[in-house]
Write a protein that binds this ligand. Sequence first.
Ligand code: FBP
Length: 263
Amino acid sequence: MRPIADAPVTRDGKALVLAYDHGIEHGPVDFDPQPESADPEHVFDVATHPAVTSLAVGKGIAEAYYPSYEDDVSLLAKLNGTSNLWMGEPDSAINCSVEYAAEELGAEAIGFTVYPGVNGEVEMFEEFREVQEKAREYDLPVVMWSYARGQAVKNDTSEETIAYAARLGLELGADIAKVKYPGSKEAMETVTRMAGPTKVLMSGGSKTSDREFLESVKSVIDAGGAGLAVGRNVWQREDPIALLDALEEVIYEEASVEEALDA
Ligand code: FBP
């Protein structure tokens, strides 16, 4: 059965997933630039902004904080994740099941990382299969964090690599593929074409200037992408709401970067 589509992760077919799984993926160092970002309540408050279609967090954060926010925030449960202390070949532990996410956490979507190209690719693809099929039973859209890594991946931001990562989202049955930005609108057009009906989100990456960030998001939208999944570029800012206001213009209102910056 092909989805249900992507609602509730989307608004008018577009999406802004606020990612906050960094406490597991990168550790507390990501909270240093803006210490209040270590407090999940701060980020849940930010996620109530109308530009944000869902908040991606792991099981522990969802259990502890989502009950207070379920009327105002849509939960995307990130099911796997591994710490930065891990020095082996990239891999990701499954920390939560689809059933638990749907029945106990109240998730409205599922997020799952796959690292195409790693030695454990076969196992990761098989894990994704189980998650994807179970999510179908619960009518939950699946967002695949598709990050090509491993010894054979020479350039993880090349057009070719990212188009492949997005295509794997389609091939494996993801509703939405979250990929790194390939550097230009033209490259992103190839990426979205390869993904077919699977929506494509740009991964935010480390913090950049307002203008640089909005320009990359604008080129994703102009290339047929659905939007972005962003963490640090929002909650590492002193004023995350100002950037979300500008992103709302660019993603949903087709505003230019100038218009969004002036608004
Ligand atoms: P950012 O916008 O901060 O890059 O967050 C997006 C994200 O995919 C997070 O969900 C995840 O924690 C992080 O990036 C992983 O980044 P990487 O594996 O590239 O260090």
